[in-house]
Write a new protein. Structure first.
Length: 191
């Protein structure tokens, strides 16, 4: 029984490890006029024999429906300071490892800090922070961020490879309050 299992496993592994191959398909009619399709050449008495080389099917894998819906209904924004410390690096690595598409916002000016504090009803601006749809978290804890993303409908492993960077907003512009970052006087999130 063990040899049979071993043979089966080796056969399956061999099948899976072989790359895509071109398949030859033959079409012919026999003496009675019946049409046949085969992977082997037709017999010598076959009529109307044709040969086709077929390419293997290739299915490109993209984002799942759940991932597309989560991205549409609860887009992720990552808020960082101008200089990213180890906690920010951990947050960035977490999103990259999970394959989550996000927009990165840097808090640079005092106006952006004030807008950030007001938007999230905080006493002070602290980063990193994450926003997914209507939910947000201040500070980074992998378990809390996992819960937030799961609740927003993101799959355990997404397909995003590169995070889009938001263009820097000029102070006083309409987009300035949406983009906070650091001027050197601001406090990173507590660890």
């Amino acid at each position: 029984m063990t040899n049979l299992r071993m043979l089966l496993c080796v056969s399956i592994a061999g099948t899976l490890l072989t790359g895509p191959v071109w398949a030859q398909t033959y079409k012919w009619k026999d003496a009675q006029g019946n049409t046949h399709y085969s992977g082997t050449p037709p017999p010598p008495d076959a009529r109307s024999a044709t040969e086709k080389k077929l390419q293997p099917s290739v299915v490109e894998q993209g984002a799942s429906y759940a991932e597309r819906e989560a991205t549409r209904t609860a887009p992720v924004t990552l808020w960082l300071g101008n200089e990213c410390d180890a906690l920010c690096e951990s947050a960035l690595a977490f999103l990259k490892n999970r394959g989550i598409a996000y927009t990165e916002q840097r808090i640079i000016t005092d106006e952006q800090k004030q807008a950030f504090v007001k938007r999230f009803n905080l006493q002070e601006a602290r980063v990193p922070a994450i926003n997914a749809g209507k939910d947000h978290l201040i500070g980074f804890r992998a378990d809390a961020w996992t819960t937030l993303l799961n609740r927003a409908g993101y799959p355990a492993k997404g397909t995003a490879r590169v995070a889009p960077k938001a263009p820097a907003a000029a102070p006083g512009s309409a987009n300035a309050d949406a983009e906070p970052a650091d001027d050197g006087n601001w406090q990173p999130a507590e660890r």
